[in-house]
Ligand binder design. Structure first.
Ligand code: BGC
Length: 481
């Protein structure tokens, strides 16, 4: 049993190194918020141009997810993550050096490609190298590192922010080079995915990786399972046409569905606009800026730790329904606190404060990590890289839609007579938009009842075999052994 301990240690190190890709994802998403006021003044650009800089990153991410699915099959998961690390490092340097607006846009677009790549290649790699028993926990480390990255970026923005120096935004971007280098060097040291090795016919190498990461009693059976399932596939790489096969339909619906709901419950409106939301709730400038971003970042991180701990213990479905019920209740309470803002007086702003934090917490313990995890689990070997890249594409696509429509939806759903009045005049009440997201969260619960599979402790090969048999997602966990 002693050497099992050693192997356990090994897989944690491997997963942590790969999850640095998540840290960079989070860092490069978050860093922009603190840099905006400074480069806007430095380059003398308007709000529309700032929006172009921000969306360049999202478009880059879409491109990264769109173009690299196949490459991940051909070159291997590890090499593609190495490529992302190089792009992360160069992109961070380029963003920091950018002499003008157009350079900054191109640099952010370039960096976005790495975010897009790492968002599917990292969970894919971790899922394929992890033993079934701890796969949930290990893949959820990706989300954990996203939240660490977001928090680090807020803190480092705070550290470098200097009202007396317009160019203080440059070091904010440079910091991103450090985790990129760690990711690069680390990925040179970890082994390739054993399942990918098997898929390109390297059986011996596959076995030798399994020896390092799998429990000694399970090495043989895992190896046989992987070999059997891969032999069932006629050709090595999956194509979009293969996705249309009826037995693949569940994996596709689960992937697009869970990522649609992950984004459409509105999480990134809080991630990107929390200072504004806190202002609407009645907080003053300084408290909202620091309290909102750092506080939200800390809650996000703490609740993700909870999820990492529980995901292989209580399972995916329980976490999903607990989290989404919490999200729904928090959003309804948030809407109520905004609707009755005059009646609630001073208490109202603290109630909104509490429920924004709870909302982020419930997201962080459920659909945040579960989205990435389940997508990395449900596809058969041959389709996994294409499938996970579709998952990332769905995330980035709906992320863009939700972030760019927040203020428009806010206006559309504003309830007449409930305008918020502050020192700066009156503005629309966000109660309606939170009710709208609560409605989507309720749909997510209903959808989840049918489509969220209990993949806890089941090997990727057994999940594949289950779909081939025509099993329903909601009954997957019941088919133990
Ligand atoms: C989502 C991101 C979000 C982050 C917040 C991730 O799971 O995909 O869009 O910003 O969670 O922690």
């Amino acid at each position: 049993m002693k050497d099992t301990g050693y192997k356990k240690w090994m897989i944690y190190v491997i997963a942590t190194i790969a999850a640095m890709g998540g840290l960079l994802f989070g860092f490069d998403t978050g860093v922009i918020s603190g840099a905006i006021p400074f480069f806007q003044a430095d380059f003398n650009i308007d709000d529309g141009q700032v929006e172009i800089v921000t969306s360049a990153g999202l478009i880059g991410a879409i491109l990264g997810a769109l173009c690299c699915g196949k490459l991940t099959d051909r070159a291997g998961r590890r090499k593609v993550i190495l490529l992302a690390a190089i792009i992360f490092a160069l992109g961070a340097l380029w963003s920091g050096f950018a002499p003008d607006f157009s350079h900054l846009v191109t640099a952010r677009l370039f960096l976005g490609i790495a975010i897009g790549i790492s968002s599917f290649a990292v969970p894919l790699y971790i899922a394929e190298i992890s033993p079934a028993k701890s796969r949930g926990m290990l893949v959820s480390m990706f989300q954990l590192m996203i939240t660490v990255g977001i928090l680090v970026s807020y803190l480092s923005d705070l550290y470098f922010a200097d009202e007396s120096s317009l160019s203080c935004w440059r070091p904010m971007f440079y910091v991103g080079v450090i985790p990129a280098l760690i990711l690069f060097v680390g990925m040179l040291l970890v082994p390739p995915s054993p399942r990918w090795l098997m898929s390109i016919g390297k059986e011996e190498e596959c076995l030798s990786v399994l020896r390092k990461v799998e429990h000694p009693d399970l090495i043989e059976s895992s190896f046989e399972q992987i070999r059997t399932e891969i032999r069932k596939d006629d050709s090595r790489q999956g194509s979009l046409k293969d996705l249309a096969q009826p037995w693949m339909r569940n994996a596709l619906i689960i992937t697009i569905g869970i990522m649609f709901f992950q984004q459409c419950v509105g999480i990134n409106t809080v991630m990107y606009y929390s200072p504004k939301i806190f202002l609407m709730a009645g907080f003053d400038g300084a408290v909202s800026a620091i309290g909102a971003s750092v506080g939200v970042g800390i809650i996000n991180l703490l609740f993700t730790i909870l999820s990492v701990y529980f995901v292989d213990r209580i399972g995916r479905r329980k976490l999903y329904f607990t989290g989404l019920s919490g999200i729904t209740i928090s959003l309804l309470a948030l809407a109520a606190s905004f609707l009755f803002t005059t009646q609630l007086g001073e208490a109202g702003k603290w109630i909104s404060f509490l429920f924004i934090f709870l909302y982020v917490g419930f997201f962080a313990m459920s659909i945040g990590p579960l989205g990435w995890l389940i997508v990395s689990e449900v596809f058969p070997q041959k389709m996994r890289s294409l499938g996970t890249s579709i998952g990332s594409l769905t995330v980035w696509f709906f992320n863009a839609i939700v972030s760019f429509t927040f203020f428009k939806i806010l206006r559309i759903f504003s309830i007449p007579g409930t305008e918020l009045v502050s020192g700066e005049g009156s503005q629309e009440n966000p109660a309606g938009v939170f009710l709208f997201y609560a409605f989507i969260a309720i749909l997510a619960i209903i959808w989840g009842y049918f489509y969220v599979p209990e993949t806890k402790g089941i090997s990727l090969e057994k999940i594949e075999a289950y779909w081939r048999k025509g099993g329903r997602p909601k009954d997957l966990g019941k088919e133990r052994k």
